[in-house]
Design a protein around this ligand. Structure first.
Ligand code: NAP
Ligand code: ZN
Length: 368
């Protein structure tokens, strides 16, 4: 058994400004990697810029990270980072900018790989990167504490985790940044964290050490689950009305879930979600959530499934499924895409290895 998660996590309101000196030691010139809008409205970009300025550390901003970032985008950002002589990165946003920063950092450290970025990022030969600080602004992916980076591969019409693994050196986790999230985005990202916890607990690599994380994360998530229901959390204009303590709890669950999947990886719901996101544009967490009921129904160890329900505070699987449906609705996936999705997963043993039992096409077809 092994436990290893080297990221220093600073979890408190106002942590970026309070612990700005943590950035000082990472390098001499930063690239801030972020999306188009959200970091400007939730205050995270202003906090990071203020700290870098106070530290006397010059920086450039790359704010073109799209949802489900592509290999092309990270290669473009890396080219700029090399030209600007950047030697560390500050990722601000959801999983998209945080994942992108890992790939950009690796390519920037190995400029010769940029021209064939896809080949090198997906090659098993290890490559290091420059230091990264991560500032999550969604309570979903846990990318601030995982070594994974999932990129869109237009060449293959799907998304895939890069072969290279890289942890952020430090994560500044401030649930105050969640305040500007829409209800729909909050639901999708929280369901992603829920899926990480479930897929980590019910996993070939689960053991008594890493289940400390998945079990505790399920308990934390479950304690605030009712607050996420639309009648309590959704305003008429689509904004989100969760209380500060609830935002803190979902953020905590998301970080714990990230630590959990760092040790186990994800499983079949994540594997099935990627073509659905690529082809239909369904947000990551929602797409993963589509496959949770089927996964839990099929899972052979019923005692473990019952334990997951108990930790979440559900009175059985039916209660869980009807709760989830209230959050994300019923899955809508065209038959042709679904068949292609099943075929793709069944033909990829690497994607099935975290499922501890035999998986067949017949079982998988029942997931929807
Ligand atoms: P995201 O794709 O990073 O962001 C989704 C949307 O939310 C964007 O439009 C973003 O706007 C907006 N947003 C982010 N924070 C906001 C805030 N505080 N207020 C208002 N809007 C906000 O979403 P995500 O679900 O966090 O990340 C999904 C990605 O992470 C996927 O590519 C998925 O595959 C990956 N992932 C990675 C891991 C891992 O371990 N590395 C695990 C699970 C998933 P802007 O574009 O303007 O910022
Ligand atoms: Zn996920």
């Amino acid at each position: 058994m092994k436990l290893y998660m080297p990221t220093k996590v600073l979890f408190e309101r106002g942590c970026v400004r309070a612990h700005g000196a943590e950035l000082q030691v990472l390098g001499s010139k930063a690239m801030i990697v972020t999306g188009k809008h959200s970091s400007r409205i939730n205050g995270s970009l202003a906090d990071v810029e203020a700290v870098l300025t106070e530290n006397g550390q010059p920086y450039v901003i790359f704010d073109e990270i799209e949802e489900n970032p592509s290999v092309e985008t990270v290669a473009r950002a890396a080219q700029i980072a090399v030209a600007e002589k950047v030697d560390f990165f500050v990722a601000i946003g959801g999983g998209s900018p945080m994942d992108a920063s890992k790939a950009i950092s690796i390519l920037c450290r190995h400029p010769e790989a940029i021209a064939e970025a896809e080949k090198h990022l997906y090659d098993k030969t290890p490559m290091d990167g420059y230091p990264i600080a991560a500032v999550p602004t969604t309570s979903g992916t846990g990318s601030e504490v995982t070594p994974y980076a999932i990129l869109t591969l237009h060449s293959r019409h799907t998304k895939q985790s890069i072969a290279q693994h890289l942890f952020a050196q430090v994560a500044f986790v401030d649930a105050g940044y969640l305040r500007t999230s829409s209800y729909a985005n909050m639901v999708s990202t929280c369901v992603d964290a829920l899926a990480h916890l479930i897929e980590s607990y019910l996993n070939t690599n689960a053991n008594e050490l890493n289940r400390m994380y998945s079990a505790e994360g399920l308990r934390v998530w479950g304690a605030v689950k009712e607050a996420l229901l639309p009648e309590l959390a959704k305003a008429a204009d689509g904004s989100m009305t969760l209380a500060d303590e609830t935002l803190d709890a979902f953020m905590r669950a998301s970080v714990i879930a990230g630590i959990a999947i760092t040790h186990t990886g994800t499983s079949i719901p994540h594997g099935l979600s990627y073509p659905v996101t690529y082809e239909m544009g369904v947000p990551h967490g929602k797409a993963v959530g589509y496959f949770l009921p089927g996964f839990l129904r099929a899972y052979e160890n019923r005692e473990d499934v019952a334990r997951v329900m108990e930790l979440l505070g559900f009175d059985g699987l039916d209660a869980f499924c009807s709760y989830l449906e209230q959050l994300i609705g019923r899955p809508q996936v065209a038959q042709e895409l679904w068949e292609h999705d099943v075929e793709l997963l069944m033909s990829n043993p690497a994607k099935l290895k975290n499922y501890p039992y035999e998986m067949t096409t017949e079982i998988l077809r029942n997931f929807l």
